[in-house]
Design a protein around this ligand. Structure first.
Ligand SMILES: [Zn+2]
Ligand SMILES: [Zn+2]
Ligand SMILES: [Zn+2]
Length: 266
């Protein structure tokens, strides 16, 4: 059944793993004054019709992103994968517990939950650790098996990303897909014509061994026939203004704080 309102997607961060500017880099993008070239590490927030938030990844600048967007309460975090740039803000989840006293549900595959437990072992051990820890409930998700958040079906699929897999997510007619090398043809066929808004990574112009490049992502969005595409996880090779001028009318580059509405819920 269709719903009267859609979901709002806010780009919390759109940078690649080093962020932009890159420490010590003197390239034109890193030294640019354009705020749209200043990119914190990649994460995304969905806001549902009744105001509930779902966060994808706790990026390195998670605390700053939450303050910038004025987020006071979150109940769910979904991890795409556990490369450092996507999870190193994990400890700042504890701040939400100060206010709500409710644990946050973490949704991730077994591979990624195991990695989170290793990287942030203090949070998962019953130790005499002094100080507060993130209070989380772990929910193991499985590729191809939908789960529900706030009554919406979230459909995860594991795809290849070099030395690990990454999960891409379809929620109604919205897709978030970051840090993938390719999306399998079968999935593209499945999604074709059913996606209003897709936020997808496109690292740089040149090909990369573990990431989809900007031209590859543009071809993918075209194949899926998305109505609205936003390219994220942008390397410092990509100048916002220069690249934006070259994009098709329905596709735009992300910048930190960009917010788009996906009006159609299938
Ligand atoms: Zn990344
Ligand atoms: Zn640079
Ligand atoms: Zn990654």
């Amino acid at each position: 059944m269709s719903r009267p309102q859609g979901i709002r997607a806010t780009i919390l961060g759109c940078g690649s793993s080093p962020g932009c500017p890159v420490i010590g880099c003197t390239c034109a993008v890193c030294t640019s004054n354009d705020p749209k070239n200043q990119r914190s590490r990649s994460s995304l927030m969905l806001t549902f019709p009744e105001g509930q938030h779902v966060i994808f990844d706790t990026a390195t600048e998670f605390r700053l992103q939450m303050i910038r967007e004025g987020v006071r309460n979150i109940e769910h975090v979904i991890y795409t994968h556990t490369h450092s740039d996507h999870c190193h803000g994990f400890d700042d989840l504890r701040a939400f517990f100060f206010h709500s006293k409710n644990p946050i549900t973490i949704h991730a595959t077994k591979e990624h939950l195991d990695d989170l437990k290793t990287r942030f072992s203090y949070a998962f051990q019953n130790t005499a650790y002094h100080g507060t820890k993130p209070k989380v409930i772990l929910h193991e998700i499985e590729s191809g098996v939908p789960f529900k958040i706030f009554g919406f079906d979230v459909e995860p699929t594991s795809v290849s990303h070099g030395d690990m897999t990454t999960s891409v997510f379809k929620i109604g007619s919205f897709i978030y897909a970051t840090d993938f090398k390719t999306i399998p043809d079968e999935l593209v066929e499945n999604w074709r014509g059913k996606v209003h808004t897709m936020v997808a990574s496109g690292l740089r112009m040149e090909s990369h061994p573990t990431h989809s490049s900007l031209p590859e992502t543009l071809a993918l969005l075209d194949k899926i026939e998305v109505k609205q595409g936003v390219i994220t996880h942008l390397g410092h090779e990509l100048d916002y203004q220069t690249v934006s001028r070259t994009l098709p009318a329905n596709i735009r580059l992300a910048f930190d704080g960009l917010s788009v509405v996906c009006p159609v819920m299938l």
